[in-house]
Design a protein around this ligand. Structure first.
Ligand code: PEP
Length: 244
């Protein structure tokens, strides 16, 4: 299975999200490809209704770690799943670096997804400083260990490797070369094998567009892509899905 996931972040209004969903409803999704978009919380349910019966699923960009209660402003994995989400992003670099989510928060959110039966996409990635200081694998090792050691996997788990320096908008937007992506995905695969005997899909994300998507997909250890800004245009997202 190849996963092509689109993170709409906070780029779109409700109206724009619904219009994009309507365009994607007819998108052709090749066999063996799982497409999914991650709209804002405001739009998620309506987008899910609009895409029902299409080849494209819907997920949420983050979740709270507790199922329900007095938690103003939060939406839990349990509620997101009940409202039609198939996946949740957990620990996206913008949550970690802009909103201060720690490895402990990420772990609690992953556990909440597993308990709710919501498939989780654990996002990991090093910063430019980590890379400059030769701490790339140190950072990734720590993120993986805190997230996965002893985690009971009651729902599907995927990993998205997104170097912060390669993400457009919030990061550096610097292209990560496919050979570099392959090397690090191979390393992640070996690292993850310490924590689980399941075959965990590893997606790549960071300035993916219709021009470079195929070069990442061609890498042996890349199981799919997490696409940010290029996923907010029906044409480019459909081309990325078709390039698999
Ligand atoms: C992301 O933030 O998940 C992402 C991959 O963004 P972009 O494709 O815009 O770099």
């Amino acid at each position: 299975m190849t996963y092509i996931f689109g993170n709409w972040k906070m780029y779109l209004t409700l109206e724009e999200s619904l219009s994009l969903a309507q365009s994607l409803a007819d998108m052709s999704v090749p066999d063996g490809v799982q497409a999914c978009v991650f709209p804002s919380m405001i739009a998620m349910h309506s987008v899910q209704e609009s895409l029902a019966g299409s080849g494209c699923g819907v997920g949420v960009q983050h979740v709270a770690w507790t199922p329900r209660g007095a938690y103003t402003g939060e939406i839990s994995a349990f509620i997101a799943k009940e409202a039609g989400s198939a996946y949740a992003l957990v620990g996206h670099s913008e949550r970690r670096h802009i909103f201060g989510e720690t490895n402990d928060d990420v772990r609690k959110k992953l556990e909440a997804c597993m308990e709710s039966g919501l498939a989780a996409v654990l996002c990991i990635g090093e910063t430019h400083e980590d890379k400059a200081q030769d701490k790339r694998t140190y950072r990734l090792k720590k993120q993986l260990m805190k997230a996965l050691h002893g985690l009971s996997q009651d729902a599907p788990l995927l990993i998205a490797y997104e170097p912060v320096w390669a993400i457009s908008g919030s990061g550096g937007g610097e292209a990560c070369l496919p050979a570099d992506v392959q090397d690090i995905h191979g390393w992640i695969r070996t690292e993850v094998a310490q924590y689980t005997d399941k075959d965990i899909p590893i997606l790549y994300g960071g300035s993916v567009n219709q021009g470079n998507a195929a070069s990442y997909i061609a890498c042996d250890d890349v199981s799919g892509l997490l696409v940010g800004s290029a996923s907010t245009h029906a044409d480019s997202f459909a081309k990325i899905v078709a390039s698999t």
